[in-house]
Design a protein around this ligand. Structure first.
Ligand SMILES: Nc1ncnc2c1ncn2[C@@H]1O[C@H](COP(=O)(O)OP(=O)(O)O)[C@@H](O)[C@H]1O
Ligand SMILES: [Mg+2]
Length: 315
């Protein structure tokens, strides 16, 4: 498989007068062509730093990163031609309409005016933005503006798209139209690097996952490969039949009302299923969700504390 992104021992230290912060350290990661990579992590994990380096807008302070075989520092221009980026803090030109904005972006990338307008119309339709196509962007809500940015990069001919939290602040329906656009890009064999702290989003879209925490890459691979690395890749729900002590010997036990939830290994899950069948007690089991995996790998929840941080930033 062709690797379109290869990071080797990538690091970034931010420095300022009187201090510094290691935002990324020794990140080794490669992304094959045509996949959607979900780069996951809590706030401050280093996701945006990684994307900004890959998109040639920030220099690494150690290690290296290549996109399409081009070094992002020495051959930044060659990289830029083939990528399109939505930064986390993106501010479109507010005096333009979505149609103008998307078409302008495509013109900048070398398309003719006619082709740019046609493509803009089509992509705005796909993202269900047709109603607003001629409204000045500064009169649109934050969520709509975000989707216009998504339309911009999707409409381009870039082979590799970097989307830094493309759906933060969108309502559930708007999220779905962005998801559909991402899936379409993947079908067209474009590569997508998507950062998100929504685990359902990563689960719904990603062929590959990479989990960052405090600047370190804790895990990467297919969801299945990551699941295979954790101690308790199975989630079993039981109603009676076993004592809590018996279950504790097999994994991590939580009582949820009348049911017992157990995180355990595959062998243990199979054995429990066999015994439950014999005893005639209720059992259901399956692979853990991405959320459970995240907690097992990072040792912390992705959400609560993060949401509060965001809310206070927004205020
Ligand atoms: N320009 C900057 N100067 C100093 N520290 C920064 C800067 N940008 C980010 N950081 C710090 O680097 C770490 C990683 O940030 P970031 O890459 O934005 O994480 P994420 O996108 O996962 O939330 C955080 O601790 C953040 O505070
Ligand atoms: Mg970020």
């Amino acid at each position: 498989m062709t690797e379109v992104l290869v990071a080797r021992k990538l690091g970034r230290r931010y420095r300022w007068r009187g201090g510094s912060n290691q935002a990324l350290l020794d990140v080794d990661l490669s992304v094959p062509k045509g996949v959607v990579l979900g780069l996951l992590g809590r706030n401050g994990a280093g996701k945006t730093t990684f994307v900004r380096i890959a998109a040639t807008s920030l220099m690494p302070t150690s290690g290296s990163l290549e996109v399409f075989g081009h070094d992002v520092v020495r051959e930044a221009d060659a990289v830029r031609e083939r990528i399109a980026v939505i930064p986390q803090e993106s501010r479109p030109f507010y005096w333009m309409s979505p149609t103008e904005l998307v078409a302008y972006y495509l013109r900048m990338r070398g398309e003719s005016t006619g082709a740019a307008l046609r493509q803009a119309k089509e992509t705005l339709e796909e993202l269900e933005l047709t109603r607003w196509k001629d409204t000045q962007v500064n009169r649109l809500s934050g969520g709509l503006r975000r989707r216009v940015m998504v339309a911009m990069v999707m409409a381009s001919d870039a082979e590799f798209l970097f989307l830094d939290e493309p759906t933060t602040g969108l309502d559930p329906l708007a999220r779905r139209s962005v998801w559909a656009a991402i899936r379409k890009a993947a079908k067209a064999n474009r590569t997508v690097l998507l950062t998100t702290h929504y685990l359902d989003e990563a689960e719904a879209l990603s062929d590959r996952l990479a989990i960052l925490e405090s600047g370190r890459l804790l895990a990467s691979g297919t969801p299945r490969e990551i699941a295979a690395r954790v101690r308790h890749p199975y989630r079993v729900t039981l109603e009676g039949g076993f004592s809590e002590k018996e279950l504790r010997a097999l994994g991590q036990v939580t009582q949820v009302g009348a049911k017992t939830l157990l995180f355990t290994g595959e062998q243990e899950a199979r054995e429990l299923a066999r015994v439950s069948l014999e005893k005639g007690t209720r059992i259901s089991m399956g692979p853990v969700s991405l959320e459970d995996l995240f907690v097992q790998i990072v040792g912390k929840e992705i959400s609560e504390e993060d949401e509060e941080v965001e809310a206070s930033h927004a205020a």
